[in-house]
Each structure stands twice: as C-alpha cells, then as structure tokens.
Design a protein around this ligand. Structure first.
Ligand code: FE2
Length: 239
C-alpha cells in the first residue's frame, strides 16, 4: 500500500479522471480480498490477491499524464503496468514470495485484454481470472453507485447491429472504431458474460448492480430489454 501511495504522489490526483483510478485501485484491492476470503483461500493468497488488485492499474497514471486519455491504442496499460513493476522491482515492497512474481505480472498484463493469453500455469490463470472479475465488478459498481460523475450522457446514437447481435448471443463485446455511446453502455452490460468465478457472480447479484445501473439510465425504455436479458442471464447461470 505504501509504495502505491508514494508512487501515485508523482501524479496530479486533483484531476477527477486520475483520482478515479486511485480510488478504483483501492476498491479493487478490497474486492480481491472479499473474493479471496469467500473462496477460503489461505491468508498468504489473500495478500497476493490484494496486491494484484492494488497494482493492476499502475500503468494508468503515467498513461493519463502522457496522453490525457485512457485509450489503450496509445499505450496498453496492462503491458505497461507489467513493465513498470518489473523495471522498478516494485514487488519487493510487498510481502510476496519471489516465486509468485510471475503470478502478479501475468495478472496485470492480462487484466485488460479481450481474452487471457494461453500458456499460463494453473495458479497464474486463477489469479488472472480473479483480477478480471474484481475489475469488472468495480466498474459495474462505480457506474451504478454514483462513483462516476454521471453514467455516460445519453445521446441519440443507435445501438449498432453487430453489438446488439453479440449481446443477445451472450457474447462479450469487442471495442471497435465505430462504437457509439449507446454501444458503450451495452458493452458495460455485457461484462457479466466474462465473469469467471461463481463468488463474483453472487456478489453482482446480491448487490443488485444491474438494477442500480438501470436506475441511473436516462433513457430507460431504450435499454430495458438489455438489462432484463443480462439480469436473467446472471440469475439463471449456474456454475
Ligand atoms: Fe485496468
């Protein structure tokens, strides 16, 4: 925690978009702890999970300072985060066995990718899945709980046909260049299709995150079929 606080002092956190990532990191650390404890992991693994949560977006701060944007086509913040951790030997500041450094690196590198890369060990894969869940959980939480200033303004944009089609086929939606503001909402709703752990799914359900998201939407009729579909999916998915 101390390293993270010291490191982030190098950046102007008075700007909302930068401070958002600071608090997101803290919340994801807490979510990782909740998930890990719910899975009855040993204490050391809980600490490892928390460390991954805290550091997963470490690449965001410099990315924002350099580009004033979170667009990963400028700089992939997962790859860049891993690079920072390695270069500055950051993990020596945390109580983590050296044999687990790769677990952290691979979780950070894979947290923001469309899919987890092949070739991970079982342990690396497990923590990569956990951070992807905790990250998505917090993004859904933030949009539904006024942590974000406003759920993206509503505009008159159409929901693209390919986005609509993928959504109702229960597929995660890929970001592309012609994505509309309405598509972005559908993309967020579709996060549930990429939740790995049953524990996370139960947290989304018990906190009624989709219901809270729906409450914050301006144009409810436009999105109602989507919210209903995703709520049904999450309630009926059984794993
Ligand atoms: Fe991220």
């Amino acid at each position: 925690m101390d390293y993270f606080n010291e490191y982030t002092k190098n950046f102007d956190l008075s700007e909302y978009k930068a401070s958002y990532k600071y608090y997101h990191s803290i919340r994801v650390m807490d979510d990782m702890e909740i998930i890990a404890r719910n899975m009855s992991l040993p204490n050391y693994d809980v600490e490892l999970a928390k460390c991954i949560g805290l550091l997963h977006d470490i690449g965001r701060f410099e990315q924002y300072a350099r580009f004033k944007s979170y667009d990963d086509s400028n700089l992939d913040h997962g790859d860049f985060g891993e690079e920072l951790l390695r270069k500055n030997n950051v993990l020596k500041n945390y109580d983590i066995n050296e044999s687990d450094y790769e677990v952290v690196y691979k979780a950070v590198r894979n947290h923001n990718k469309f899919e987890i890369e092949d070739g991970l060990t079982e342990r690396e894969l497990f923590f990569a899945k956990m951070i992807r869940d905790a990250d998505k959980f917090d993004i859904l939480y933030a949009f539904g709980n006024k942590e974000t200033r406003k759920i993206f303004e509503d505009d008159d944009s159409e929901i693209s046909e390919d986005v609509k089609e993928a959504f109702f086929k229960n597929e995660v939606i890929k970001r592309n260049s012609h994505i509309t503001l309405s598509d972005e909402k559908i993309m967020l709703f579709a996060f549930a299709y990429d939740i790995n752990l049953n524990v996370t799914k139960e947290m989304i359900k018990s906190q009624e995150l989709y219901h809270k998201l729906y409450d914050r939407l301006d144009n409810k009729t436009k999105y109602q079929p989507y919210i209903e579909h995703i709520e049904r999916y999450i309630n009926e998915r059984d794993d």
